[in-house]
Design a binder for this molecule. Structure first.
Ligand code: NAD
Length: 505
């Protein structure tokens, strides 16, 4: 793997080769620690197939220890940290992430195989998440309701308690920061389980958090397998709330596990998001933006616009121009700043993606770009366009989670809305039209948690992010997210004046 170029170093002056040969422990109670079982797993660099480093894997005893540390932090120094100090710590962590962005970018790019140009944007997003939630800490407040008579009543907002947070491999750093920032802003403590393939960046963030002053136990990181360590964490009686990002299938299992003992749960799940292009759209903007919307992060995004719905009158022209620009995308070394598409997470996942493309061919779709793995040992897959797709085909209904788009024609606005909604997911939709009124009509008719009109972009601190239908429930990134980490307690106080007994009223 080539070293970062001068260009990367110009933007990331702290960049250094930190990953290779690195061995990482779990992060519990403010420090790196070995797993009780001693298990250490080798991590593979997806773009090269070579060993990248080694990471400890948590088991049940480690989860017990992490939950106990999180509880002790709540009962101790972290629980006593006032809101203004929590805000200061969140800002300090944002500063530390920004100061260490070169190191973090290289870790993430090499661990996930993702283009460093994408990772740079994600680290910027992570910094802004912490700044946003630092800025809204002061909004956490109860209220006093006049009920008349002798009663003084008021409500208190209190942290939910110990939160289990589980994140996937596609955005290990960004998803962890989406989860950590509101929980910490609300005053909760966290036990976060990253995917066992991609634990490196969040372990580093936990270290930075300790360096800037977060008390021990406020943040604990326990990489480990989902069905064993993850489910043990979810079921743990010491956990008060579970926040999960991952597949719809696992989300269903998490919800079930949260029923005994009962605990609060929020789920950010999969998607099969539509990108609707009407004939009156500005195609010079819509085409490159639609290309970005699917191939960003090599299509391994929950909100990837993996179905391009195009008005029939411009379908052939759109597909040919879209496929033409796909041929110009630069696929390759994730650490090259010019690379637009890095590798997929693993060769096993690449083969799964290819299986879907083959399935599309069998169902009658035409492969007009890509359709094959990339060269070399890495888990590369060429950006792929499937044309002539019907919405009832498997490639239009199932989340492929790779650089594969299904191009589907529609007749008119009603047909476009019907097709857009005819999937089990409802995470995101983008609408391209020259008619603002149509943009608003379609946005209201689509059953999705988020809709973009004439812009491909999706996630900004302050804008609620989350799904309808099988894409889950709960919102991230917004001031509403705080409520998911807060309990509301009503307090009634008799001021002594009579009558105060309701049975005598
Ligand atoms: P996954 O569901 O297999 O795994 C996600 C996480 O859950 C991992 O940390 C895994 O170890 C853990 N896990 C697996 N089984 C578990 C169990 N039984 N109990 C507890 N934890 C368990 O998903 P994935 O393949 O790693 O991630 C890709 C999926 O995530 C896609 O479906 C994608 O759309 C979704 N995703 C959604 C969002 C969103 O915000 N809506 C964001 C990113 C990714």
């Amino acid at each position: 793997m080539a070293a970062p170029t001068d260009e990367v170093n110009r933007y990331f002056p702290h960049s250094m080769a930190v990953v290779t040969g690195n061995e990482r422990g779990l992060f519990i109670d403010g420090e790196q620690t070995e797993a009780a079982s001693g298990e250490v797993r080798e991590l593979i660099e997806p773009a090269t197939g070579e060993p990248l480093g080694r990471a400890a894997m948590a088991g049940e005893a480690d989860v017990d220890r992490a939950v106990a540390a999180a509880r002790a932090a709540l009962d101790g120094p972290w629980g006593r940290t006032p809101p203004n100090e929590r805000a200061r710590l969140l800002q300090a962590l944002a500063d530390a992430i920004a100061a260490n962005r070169g190191e973090l970018a290289e870790i993430e790019s090499r661990n996930v195989g993702k283009a460093i140009s994408s990772v740079k944007a994600e680290i910027g997003g992570a910094v802004e998440n912490f700044r946003f939630f630092a800025s809204v800490v002061g909004s956490i407040a109860g209220r006093s309701n006049p009920v008349g008579g002798s009663l003084l009543t008021y409500s208190l907002k209190e942290p939910v308690g110990v939160c289990a947070q589980i994140v996937p491999w596609n955005y290990p750093l960004l998803m962890a920061t989406w989860k950590l920032s509101p929980a910490l802003a609300a005053g909760c403590s966290v036990v976060l389980k990253p995917d066992p393939q991609t634990p490196l960046s969040v372990l580093r963030i936990a270290e930075l958090a300790t360096e800037v002053g977060f008390p021990a136990g406020a943040i604990n990181i326990v990489p480990g397998d989902g069905p064993s360590t993850g489910s043990y964490l979810v079921k743990h009686p010491g956990v008060d709330k579970v926040a999960f990002t991952g597949s719809t299938k696992t989300g269903g299992e998490i919800m079930r596990l949260c029923s005994d003992p009962i605990k609060r749960v929020t789920l950010e799940l999969g998607g099969k998001s539509p990108n609707l292009v009407f004939a009156d759209a500005d195609l010079d903007d819509a085409i490159p933006s639609s290309v970005w919307s699917i191939y960003y992060a090599a299509g391994q995004s929950c909100e990837a616009r993996s179905r391009v719905l195009v008005e029939a009158s411009i379908y052939d022209d759109f597909v040919s121009r879209f496929a033409g620009s796909v041929g110009n995308l630069k696929v390759g070394d994730p650490l090259d700043p010019e690379t637009q598409i890095g590798s997929l997470i693993s060769t096993a996942h690449r083969d799964r993606v290819h299986g879907y493309v083959e399935r599309g061919r069998e169902e009658g779709a035409e492969v007009v770009a890509g359709g094959a793995p990339g060269d070399g040992k890495g888990a590369f897959y060429m950006p792929t366009v499937l044309a002539g797709v019907r919405n009832d085909m498997v490639v239009a209904q199932e989340e492929i989670f790779g650089p594969v788009v299904a191009a589907i024609p529609f007749e008119d606005e009603a047909d476009a809305i019907r097709i857009a909604n005819d999937v089990r997911y409802g995470l995101f939709a983008t609408v391209w039209t020259g008619d603002p009124a149509r943009g608003h009509r379609v946005a209201r008719a689509i059953k999705a948690g988020m809709v973009g009109i004439n812009t491909p972009y999706t996630a900004f601190p302050g804008i609620p992010f989350g799904g309808y239908k099988q894409s889950g429930f709960g919102r991230e990134l917004s001031i509403d997210t705080l409520d998911l980490y807060l309990e509301t307690k009503g307090v009634l106080l008799s001021t002594g004046a009579k009558p105060s007994n309701p049975f005598r009223l």
